[in-house]
Design a protein around this ligand. Structure first.
Ligand SMILES: [Zn+2]
Length: 47
């Protein structure tokens, strides 16, 4: 199973995201602090 985690560069929160959430975060920024997010802030883990 593949999971994607977003780690905010600003507030350091790590959140597990799905595809839709990932797009939303890229569009609108961190859900916690609204800091701008980029592809590099997402980590894909295969389990
Ligand atoms: Zn944040």
């Amino acid at each position: 199973m593949t999971t994607v985690h977003f780690t905010c560069p600003d507030c350091d929160q790590t959140i597990e995201v799905n595809d839709a959430m990932r797009k939303t975060i890229l569009d609108t920024g961190c859900p916690v602090c609204t800091a701008a997010a980029a592809e590099e802030h997402f980590a894909v883990t295969c389990e």
